[in-house]
Design a protein around this ligand. Sequence first.
Ligand SMILES: NC(=O)c1ccc[n+]([C@@H]2O[C@H](COP(=O)([O-])OP(=O)(O)OC[C@H]3O[C@@H](n4cnc5c(N)ncnc54)[C@H](OP(=O)(O)O)[C@@H]3O)[C@@H](O)[C@H]2O)c1
Length: 289
Amino acid sequence: MKIMLIGSGGQLGRDLHAAVQASGHAVAPRTHAELDVRDAAALEAQVAAERPDAVVSTAAFHHVETCERQPEEAFATNAFGVLNLARACQRHGAALMHFSTDYVFDGEQRTPYREGDRPRPLNAYGMSKLAGEYLLAANCPRHFIVRTTGLYGVAGSAGKGGNFVETMLKKAAAGDAIRVVRDQVLTPTYTVDLAAKALELLATERFGLYHVTNEGQCSWFEFAAKIFALAGLHPDLTPVDSATFASSVHRPAFSVLAKDGLRAAGLAPMPPWEDGLARYLQSRSAARG
Ligand SMILES: NC(=O)c1ccc[n+]([C@@H]2O[C@H](COP(=O)([O-])OP(=O)(O)OC[C@H]3O[C@@H](n4cnc5c(N)ncnc54)[C@H](OP(=O)(O)O)[C@@H]3O)[C@@H](O)[C@H]2O)c1
């Protein structure tokens, strides 16, 4: 299979690239600088030239505060960019895998959200991603929409200025007092695990909407506490409520996703989030010698 990988320079993109190469499939990577999904003509020309069996796109405009201030920009990439991808794939016979988010939900449930649960985004980022899901589903039947949560990977997300694990480790190294919210619950997800599961899913050709995350759940505070426990650090860490931080953006208080789709497709669950975190910390230590 030949896979065209769009957004290949991002944190998930880098791990997808490595996973595709390791699986023996051919890969045609495109960084943001090489291909912008907002440019329908360039997308069309490059998909036509590469003739991939599948396009996998991680492209997103996902700095949540910026999306709130600039919803046109958020929609340009997360909705109309996805429409461009869907049309190009449909025209050239390629399947399309696209990544979406827990932020399509309002977070009012206290049990994991299933694929069929009603979305109700609270902010512009979530709305733009949900619009992208709809535009994709309506324009490219051979699609996978993969909703995920709380990503961290060795590449870090440039759009978010790194990742949560690195932010916590930097604060601890600087001796900062660290306050982390305890009233937002998620499943931290390691991009190496997500990349591997996404490729397994792609191979099934069971198109549709899937929730794909590591197993388990925790608050951001519990996530931070686990990072420090595994790293053997003892910083000044305090749990706080979200109201402590002034923000113009509403975020879902509960973002845990049920993986009914993966189960129905016969795919094994991903490892627990604590296990992913331990492997992430080992691989970053190994990379730094
Ligand atoms: N990060 C999370 O916690 C999280 C949670 C749930 C869902 N997701 C979803 O998971 C996917 C991957 O996220 P990630 O954390 O790997 O993000 P990331 O590191 O920011 O990667 C996204 C990549 O897309 C590129 N990109 C941005 N706009 C583009 C455009 N218009 N055309 C082409 N490429 C573009 C970015 O390039 P630049 O950096 O140069 O802009 C970056 O290389 C996204 O769809 C995101 O919405 C992420």
